[in-house]
Design a protein around this ligand. Structure first.
Ligand code: ADP
Ligand code: MG
Length: 628
């Protein structure tokens, strides 16, 4: 894999005014904002001296919006109008959400355009109207930006916002849209694990493989990075979008409910109450070995051992994802030089213990796991905005699933392969299939499988006005460009005429990491079957081409160049080919292709001679020589 070093273009040597730049960790559960002041990165506090802003938005009847702790406090009394975990919905379609299978109490409606590019996105039905995940995220960003502007005493010049490494085009776009809605300039979207590694200054250290283990409230992400020559490369990512501290809470809440003899059917507000109690107890157990719980008239003591037993199966699940990600990167646990812990749930002693065991080393925990991502983002923002002249490098991210286009036979032709570092630009040449073809339809896809029906369709566009040429003569260069934020731009250009068409891919919804995992898994399990299918489709395309060519040739000069027997013989071969060309038996198609090409060999030779003769007719030898 080619490594790209992206350094900031020439900076003015004279001292300039410091610009106000921040790093924002827009989390599923909590969000933070950080900045570099006097050379030191720090997270910014609100007026209650808290750095964590719960990613919760509450909508009131009078249209008032509250964000953070006060919104979280209303989540049990007014669950339907209190939006939590909106990050899970970013850039997703209504169909995707159905498969999320979350127990969220909101009513979700499909809604089109709402001013941002969140077309066809699910909306939450609240007393304040239908709210898109983008709009709710914008509310969170607004509060963080305000906090920063107060602390830095002026308008922000820009922000680096972090996203999970597996976020696809649509999810990244949705995040950018939220920033636009909140009125903040995005300097760069940065992968969360990369930000964490930067916070630890691992980019200044030696070379080696770094594992970033991020266990937050609702998600688990494992990223395997490699640092070489001062540049990070993301080797693989993995995880589980429905596994996190919330699941610890649920397991514990269930245990408490059993102990307290509470029934199964608690209302939404009792349920939230119970979950909040469970979470509090869990967090206390990170510091103490036991905790007193009292819920609905029941009280008891919970020991750390009991919690460990409840969450062990969940931690084991994360460790299996780690193994998979390592395998994807072609590595073993002992190839890993450092393990970085991110996310509030890595405070749980049992999590630290089991991760240490799995990697055979103590993970890095000395930077607050809640703040580490925001701190790394702030360091990057400081560089990007031009406050740090020098040769500071930016970091490389990776494409989670291959990108390509549809080719004849419903096949996916990969142009940029999975795990390619971004930014990246790649081009491939294609040609026309039919004589005189003047338009070409370009279908952009994402996925690992061979057939387009198994991949995700991202966009379609057409290249028109191709000059009429014989099949195969036009040269159409399709270029894929993925920018540093992971956004895709596709263009197509006919090289002889220079006509061009392009599209910026901004799909209204995309893939979640489960989709990515599922599609990858399928591509492995179906690899053999896919290869056979690919062979079949290619054969069918060849047969089609041969059929069209021979039919045209026979019509044009078959009667002149062939005697009746020969003509009849070729006609029969052509009919057979027509019958067989859509067959599912690729051997049979191959056999016919060979047969027809043998049978038509002589005809082809005569046509060649005839056309030469025609070209020579009426010319003297001198003319011919002059032309050559
Ligand atoms: P996200 O990345 O999803 O926004 P965070 O990284 O903020 O999430 O982590 C939130 C999770 O961390 C919650 O489940 C919370 O209960 C858990 N958490 C916070 N503090 C502790 C603690 N001291 N011990 C155990 N878990 C904690
Ligand atoms: Mg997080």
């Amino acid at each position: 894999m080619v490594l790209l070093q992206i350094s900031e273009p020439g900076q003015s040597p004279e001292p300039h005014q410091r610009r106000r730049a921040v790093g924002i960790d827009l989390g599923t559960t909590n969000s933070l904002v950080a900045t570099v002041r006097s050379g030191t990165p720090e997270t910014l506090l609100d007026n209650e001296q808290q750095h964590l802003l719960p990613s919760v938005v509450h909508y009131g009847t009078a249209g008032e919006v509250t964000v953070g702790r006060s919104a979280y406090a209303q989540s049990s009394s007014d669950p339907l109008n209190t939006l939590i975990s909106v990050k899970r919905f970013m850039g997703r379609g209504v169909e995707d959400i159905k498969t999320l299978g979350s127990q969220l109490p909101y009513e979700i409606v499909a809604r089109d355009a709402d001013g941002s590019s969140s077309k066809g996105m699910p909306n939450f039905k609240t007393v304040a109207g239908n709210i898109s995940p983008v709009a709710a995220s914008a509310e969170i960003l607004r509060v963080l930006v305000e906090r920063a502007e107060l602390a830095l005493d002026g308008a922000l010049d820009g922000a680096v916002i972090t996203v999970p490494a597996y976020f696809d085009e649509a999810q990244r776009q949705a995040t950018k849209d939220a920033a636009t809605l909140a009125g903040v300039k995005v300097l760069r979207l940065l992968n969360e694990p990369t930000a964490a590694a930067v916070a630890y200054g691992l980019d200044q250290g030696g070379e080696g493989v770094i594992a970033v283990y991020d266990l937050g409230g609702g998600t688990f992400d494992i990223s395997i990075l490699r640092l070489s020559h001062g540049v990070f490369e993301v080797l693989s990512t993995g995880g589980d979008s429905a596994l996190g501290g919330d699941d610890f809470d649920r397991a514990l809440a269930q245990w408490i409910a059993e102990q307290a003899g509470l029934g199964e059917d608690l209302g939404p507000s009792e349920q939230r109450q119970l979950l909040m109690e469970a979470r509090k107890a869990k967090e206390v157990l990170s510091e103490q070995t036991q905790v007193n719980i009292s819920v609905a008239g029941w009280s008891g003591v919970l020991g750390r051992d009991q919690l460990d037993a409840l969450i062990d199966p969940l931690i084991d699940k994360t460790l299996r994802s780690c193994k998979r990600a390592l395998r994807d990167a072609g590595l073993n646990p002992n190839d890993v030089a450092s393990v970085v812990m991110v996310g509030g749930s890595t405070r749980t002693p049992r999590v630290r213990g089991k991760v240490a065991e799995a990697f055979g080393q103590d993970p890095l925990v000395n930077i607050d796991p809640d703040r580490v991502v925001a701190i790394g983002a702030a360091i990057q923002a400081d560089v990007l905005v031009g406050n740090k002249p020098g040769d500071e490098m930016l970091l490389l991210d990776v494409i989670p699933l291959s990108l390509g286009i549809e080719t004849m036979g419903g096949l996916m032709e990969k142009i940029i392969h999975r795990n390619t570092t971004i930014p990246v630009a790649k081009a491939q040449d294609f040609t026309t299939f039919k004589d005189g073809q003047t338009a070409m339809s370009i279908h952009v896809l994402q996925g690992e499988r061979e057939l387009i029906s198994d991949c995700r369709s991202l966009a379609r566009f057409e290249l028109r006005g191709i000059p009429a040429m014989v099949a195969g003569a036009a040269k159409i260069r399709v270029s894929f460009q993925v920018d540093a934020d992971g956004l895709l731009n596709v263009s197509a250009k006919e090289l002889t005429s220079g006509i061009e068409a392009h599209i910026e891919v901004k799909p209204s919804y995309g893939l979640n990491d489960d989709d990515v995992t599922r599609m990858l898994k399928e591509s492995y399990t179906h690899a053999r079957e896919d290869m056979q299918l690919r062979a079949l489709r290619e054969q069918q395309v060849d047969a089609d081409r041969m059929y069209e060519d021979l039919l045209a040739a026979l019509n044009e000069d078959g009667r002149q160049l062939l005697n009746d027997d020969e003509y009849h013989c070729l006609e029969v071969a052509l009919k057979d080919l027509d019958k067989i060309r859509q067959s599912e038996n690729h051997r049979e198609i191959a056999r016919h292709i060979e047969m027809v090409s043998k049978t038509s060999e002589e005809f082809a030779a005569r046509r060649m001679n005839a056309s030469i003769r025609k070209a020579l007719a009426g010319h003297s030898l001198d003319d011919v020589e002059k032309d050559v």
